[in-house]
Design a protein around this ligand. Structure first.
Ligand SMILES: Cc1cc2nc3c(=O)[nH]c(=O)nc-3n(C[C@H](O)[C@H](O)[C@H](O)COP(=O)(O)OP(=O)(O)OC[C@H]3O[C@@H](n4cnc5c(N)ncnc54)[C@H](O)[C@@H]3O)c2cc1C
Length: 372
């Protein structure tokens, strides 16, 4: 006889944990399995920790809708539960006439997506806010901030456990088989097997592999993940920044562009860049230093190449390759493809951290539909 769970969540990153906290509020018998020794050791601890405003994605995308909603939910949670954050705002700095013209377009488009608080700044106003930044004009986003993602994940973990969810580390899902109206889930190559009515695949960089365990044809369904590395260089010896500083994004090839990120401890980093890779290797190549320096010199005129040192990297689980059309998050019950009750979350790249609570609520609505 196998144990039976109502809902199994695969993956203890920020998204899986937020889903566990949300679902355990409504359902008993919720299990979260994570292959590592503890939570959040992968993409969720290798990112910029920015609470995004929701400016940069197409309006109808889940990425936009869940980011804009998720941002409000996160700020409210941080306020109520004492999770450290800083709504420091960000500047998107234009350094050419062409970029300056683009700022107004960005502002208008953002307003249509529910981000109506952007403010255009003149050269003088930039200097007042950021004496070390050079630009012709800038957009100020007051609702962009930073968060302590580790404390956030720890909070979701405690909340899920308090609400009755079971969280099991060192538990790698190695097989999933559909059996009647359940899934038989195998852990650590057969060490343990159990039935689950619903399986939520929130396994980040492994999400395509886990989906394929069921028999889903991930290539045909366009669910194959491409690894896209983002490298960071730390920046020291410069004056203090008061905001996150971004260039005007030049298109998907360069993501949001190499920018200035700040963590809650005041550490400043440049990054992330965009590098498609074939395997997971977090080492940062020091030879990229020159490229990083050139990318920011135009808006940080005081920077010297010696201010940069290789820091960390993270890997985005992208659903598209270089030059291909931007894709949205995939979050759905796979009933149309023959696997009802198997909820896939694939391609949860940025703004996944910002969206995590909204994703939790979205998944809860899918679960509710399945069970009622
Ligand atoms: C460079 C970079 C910068 C970013 N910056 C931001 C930002 O500033 N703001 C923002 O909103 N978003 C940002 N993101 C995106 C954000 O980090 C991710 O969207 C988010 O962390 C995804 O969380 P997750 O839980 O889906 O994935 P993960 O954190 O990868 O968690 C998945 C978990 O699943 C587990 N797992 C995998 N396979 C198995 C298995 N077989 N069995 C059991 N467990 C398994 C893994 O061990 C892992 O712990 C950034 C991403 C990158 C790479």
């Amino acid at each position: 006889m196998y144990d039976e769970f109502l809902i199994t969540i695969i993956g203890g990153g920020v998204v899986g944990l937020a889903i566990a906290a949300e679902l355990s509020q409504y359902y008993h018998n919720v299990l979260l399995v994570e292959k590592n020794d503890t939570f959040g050791l992968e993409t969720s601890s290798r990112n910029s920790e920015v609470i995004h405003a929701g400016i940069h994605y197409p309006p109808h995308f889940l990425k936009t809708i869940l980011c804009v909603t998720g941002k409000y939910l996160l700020y409210e949670l941080c306020e109520q539960k004492g999770i450290p954050y800083n709504k420091m705002g960000k500047l998107i700095v234009a350094t050419s006439d062409e970029e300056e013209e683009h700022l107004q377009k960005l502002k208008d488009e953002a307003a249509e997506k529910g981000v109506g608080d952007l403010v255009l700044l003149t050269q003088k106003e930039i200097k007042l806010r950021e004496p070390g930044v050079k630009g012709k004009a800038a957009l100020f986003s007051p609702s962009t901030g930073i968060i302590d993602s580790h404390k956030l994940m720890r909070f979701f973990l405690s909340q899920a456990e308090e609400r009755g969810a079971i969280v099991s580390f060192r538990s790698e899902v190695t097989g999933i088989e559909r059996r009647n109206s359940n899934y038989l889930v195998e852990i650590n190559k057969g060490e343990y097997r159990f039935f689950s009515r619903i399986v939520v695949n929130s396994s980040g960089l492994q999400a395509d592999r886990i989906a394929a365990f069921t028999g889903l044809d991930v290539n045909k369904l366009g669910l194959r993940i491409r690894y896209c590395k983002g490298n960071y260089f730390s920046l020291s010896g410069m004056r203090r920044f008061n905001h996150l500083i971004y260039p005007v994004a030049k298109g998907e090839k360069e993501g949001l562009g190499i920018h200035v990120t700040i963590d809650l401890g005041g550490r400043v980093r440049l990054g992330p860049d965009v590098e498609y890779v074939d395997s997971i290797d977090y080492a940062v190549d020091e030879r990229k230093k020159g490229h990083f320096y050139q990318a920011v010199k135009v808006f940080l005129p005081e920077i010297k190449i010696d201010h940069l040192n290789p820091d960390m990297s993270g890997i985005r689980p992208k659903l598209y390759g270089p030059g291909e059309k931007v894709r949205d998050f995939v979050i759905r019950d796979e009933k149309e493809n023959g696997y009802p009750g198997f909820i896939n979350l694939v391609g949860i790249e940025s703004p996944g951290l910002t969206s995590c609570m909204a994703i939790g609520k979205y998944v809860a609505s899918i679960v509710n539909e399945i069970l009622n």
